[in-house]
Design a protein around this ligand. Structure first.
Ligand SMILES: [Zn+2]
Length: 61
């Protein structure tokens, strides 16, 4: 079970990487709430999205 995170900006419950916006930067990845674009702590975002991270072909219908 993944740990969910409550967005500081809009209060949405972010339970997976699908609900995050990911941006790649030179210093690493930055993550944002897909609803209000409030930054999400990387440690939390990486955990939420680890299932799909590095496995772009692992998509289930
Ligand atoms: Zn939000």
């Amino acid at each position: 079970m993944a740990t969910s995170y409550t967005c500081d900006g809009c209060g949405a419950t972010l339970g997976s990487g699908d609900e995050l916006i990911r941006e790649s930067r030179h210093t690493g990845r930055s993550w944002y709430c897909q609803y209000c674009r409030t930054p999400v702590p990387a440690a939390i975002a990486e955990r939420l999205s680890h299932r799909e991270d590095g496995s772009p072909t692992d998509r289930r219908p």
